[in-house]
Design a protein around this ligand. Structure first.
Ligand code: TYM
Length: 334
């Protein structure tokens, strides 16, 4: 095995990434660009599966890219690009949609949840075929590892199945990708509802910490995070989901074990623990917020990075698509 090919994506559907995106995914992206041959993508085609405004999408795509660079993605060490600039994603998604069973797609829990929210009748067909577009993202680059949070596991399983199905029917073409999910950070929960995932679409503002939040807002949200009526800081998913979530966040940010952190605070109440965690989040996010603003202030430089990323990604994507076209019985693209 040579260097593993790594691919992952994030939707530009909010004005900021949140703590769950950061700890569950983006932090690993930064690490994996050192050891893997990595591509990271702002998936704007996925963002139009729900009703949207073009000007807002355009702005959020840039904010997303700027945050990724500010977090530590280095365009010299990974390929950072915007999905819609590489048209092969949509092309392969069609081929994969034709290999996916209607029943198989209907079982995707994210589709069921999202379509149930707005009423199944109003959900777009794009929302239904979303997982096949995600499979196309991954398979186009012959990806070995996909760093994501737990909520993407089922989509990854579909991607694996589609790779195997295509290979079996038409000949070895795709690498079968493996999920890269770190259990300790795979599901960061809502600060107000610590048994639910922190989510840009369903969390209330007090339940979610944004990467671009001001320090005062971060401290306030952590101080008000739901805990329990005890005063002992310890890991206990069943009895203490709120404190356990805060401990996991703390551990992931400082690199210590959650149990060791808990032992330091013991039964002294939650005030000091929350204050220190607030400081830790602020110290991590403030430099990212400042760098994001800097990258956003130079449109030409950001465009140059993204155009170059798309050019490099497209080179790989067109090679894969040429093989897919040949195996599928299509004439070569002209
Ligand atoms: P998205 O944009 O919803 O989220 C981006 C990443 O953040 C992770 N994540 C979390 N991790 C831990 N705790 C949380 N509370 C939390 N909330 C979000 C997500 O698991 C994800 O890794 N479908 C994808 C985007 C996508 C993609 C791809 C990912 C499109 N194509 C190809 C990987 C490979 C999505 O909507 O992620």
């Amino acid at each position: 095995m040579g260097t593993p090919r790594v691919f992952s994506g994030i939707q530009p559907t909010a004005d900021s990434f949140h703590l769950g995106n950061y700890l569950g995914a983006v932090k690993q992206w930064v690490d994996l660009q050192e050891t893997g041959d990595a591509l990271y993508c702002v998936v704007d085609l996925h963002a139009i599966t729900m009703p949207y405004d073009p000007a807002t999408l355009r702005r959020r795509t840039r904010v997303a890219a700027a945050q990724l660079i500010a977090t530590g993605l280095d365009p010299e060490r990974c390929i950072l690009f915007v999905q819609s600039q590489v048209p092969e994603h949509a092309e392969l998604a069609w081929v994969l949609s034709c290999l996916t069973g209607f029943g198989e797609a209907s079982r995707m829990t994210q589709f069921k949840d999202k379509s149930a929210k707005g009423g199944a009748e109003t959900a777009s067909v794009g929302l239904f075929t979303y997982p096949m577009l995600m499979a196309a993202d991954i398979l186009l680059y012959r990806t070995d590892e996909v760093p994501v949070g737990e909520d993407q596991r089922q989509h990854l399983e579909l991607s694996r199945n589609l790779a195997q199905r295509f290979n079996h029917r038409f000949g070895e073409t795709f690498t079968v990708p493996a999920p890269y999910i770190l259990p300790a950070v795979a599901k960061i929960t809502d600060l107000q509802d610590p048994t639910s995932k922190m989510s840009k679409s369903s969390s209330a503002p007090q339940g979610i910490i944004d990467l671009l939040d001001e320090p005062a807002a971060i401290r306030k949200k952590i101080n008000r995070a739901v805990t329990d009526t005890e005063s002992v800081v310890r890991v206990d998913d069943e009895a203490k989901p709120g404190v356990t979530n805060l401990l996991r966040i703390y551990a992931a940010l400082c690199g210590e074990k959650a149990d060791d952190i808990a032992a330091r605070y013991g039964d002294g109440g939650y005030g000091g623990f929350k204050k220190d965690l607030g400081d830790l989040v602020v110290d991590t996010f403030s430099p990212i917020r400042e760098r994001t603003a800097r990258y956003l202030s130079d449109d030409a430089a950001l465009d140059a990075v993204l155009n170059e990323g798309a050019r490099r990604a497209r080179k790989i994507a067109t090679e894969t698509m040429a093989r897919v076209r040949e195996r599928s019985g299509f004439p070569p693209a002209v």
